[in-house]
Design a protein around this ligand. Structure first.
Ligand SMILES: Nc1ncnc2c1ncn2[C@@H]1O[C@H](COP(=O)(O)OP(=O)(O)OP(=O)(O)O)[C@@H](O)[C@H]1O
Ligand SMILES: N[C@@H](CCO)C(=O)O
Length: 312
């Protein structure tokens, strides 16, 4: 068996915003805001994890860490022995904020496994999506985190699939992050078992229109981001988010809950309109919001060999 000791990889994974209004559990967008991870196979046993930035002192630093679980999941899938690991995680994606932090952690682990096992096991794009979705539960964040751009994800009997699309260059995302969290598990518990037929039809029409708006007609974004399948059911868990979206939409801005919230995503149709939206947030919103002017990430997650520094 090939020893992995000494192999070291650096992984970069974008934040993602899922749902985009009508595309519940289906649409996702990769954003230029990245967690970075260095994973090194070392002598000995177990894992050591150093976290800086978001989650430092909070997330687990043993085998129960989500990144480690994802690496272990891949090694188990390919019947490979997991070596002792040293992990350095530098995080900026907020946790429980609706920007795909759990998907980023899982994709970080899956990409690290791909890099560590290079030349031993080849992990293609379809396999990466399957392994990551098995841990995340739904593919709408892991697909754009892996592929970049705008993704349409769907599930089949053989597993998740995704189609990547290029976004019109006028589309200018603004993300407003509050100083609060909503766990995805809690948000999902607020969803009803069934929805009215008319609401399903409403979302189908808006989701279809949203693909056209994001790819070629950004002027349709306000109309195309309407939703009746999830945001209202979850509103009580994030009243400030609901209020900010109502205010921005009343001024003509395509604002939606980012993922399971509580962050707000504004899909402006050009950079000037995005600044108008940010000014409204600063001037009128009751709560304090961190405003992130982001680009669409077109590359998705990357993994590269990490050159370990040798000291004399
Ligand atoms: N980099 C990380 N390292 C370890 N654990 C993480 C990391 N990022 C997220 N997590 C775990 O995932 C949890 C957040 O996941 P959750 O699905 O609730 O929200 P989210 O992914 O930030 O938002 P959304 O799914 O709505 O986009 C954190 O509380 C933490 O337990
Ligand atoms: N589609 C998911 C995204 C958050 O993980 C949800 O809204 O629950």
């Amino acid at each position: 068996m090939t020893s992995l000791v000494g192999r070291s990889v650096v992984v970069r994974v974008p934040a993602t915003s899922a749902n985009l209004g009508p595309g519940f559990d289906t649409l996702g967008l990769a954003l230029s805001h990245y967690d970075e991870l260095i994973v090194t196979a070392v002598e000995g046993t177990g894992v050591t994890i150093v976290v800086t930035g978001v989650g430092a002192g909070i997330v687990a630093t043993d085998e129960s860490n989500l990144v480690i679980q994802a690496i272990q999941h891949c090694f188990t899938h390919f019947a490979q022995h997991l070596p002792a690991l040293h992990v350095q995680a530098n995080n900026i994606i907020p946790h429980g904020g609706g920007l795909g932090s759990s998907a980023a952690a899982i994709v970080s682990g899956v990409m690290a496994a791909k890099g560590l096992l290079a030349g031993i096991v080849e992990m293609d794009a379809a396999t990466l999506l399957i392994l990551a979705t098995e841990l995340e539960g739904h593919p709408d964040n892991v697909a754009p985190a892996l592929l970049g751009g705008l993704t349409i994800a769907w599930s089949t009997e053989t597993g998740p699939q995704a189609k990547k699309l290029i976004v019109h260059r006028g589309v200018s995302p603004l993300v407003c992050v509050p100083d609060s969290q909503v766990s995805t598990a809690h948000a999902r518990s607020l969803q009803p078992e069934t929805v009215p037929y008319a609401d399903a039809v409403y979302n189908i029409s808006r989701a279809a229109l949203l693909i056209a708006a994001l790819a070629q007609s950004p002027e349709l974004l306000l109309e195309a981001t309407g939703d009746r399948l999830h945001q209202d059911y979850r509103a009580a868990a994030m009243p400030q988010t609901t209020e900010l979206i109502r205010m921005l939409r009343s001024h003509g801005h395509a604002a939606v809950v980012s993922g399971a919230g509580p962050s707000v995503l504004v899909l402006a149709d050009d950079p000037a309109r995005r600044l108008e939206a940010m000014a409204l947030v600063k001037e009128h919103a009751a709560a304090s919001w961190e405003c992130l002017l982001l680009a669409v990430d077109f590359k998705g997650a990357t993994v590269n060999e990490h050159q370990v520094e040798v000291t004399a």
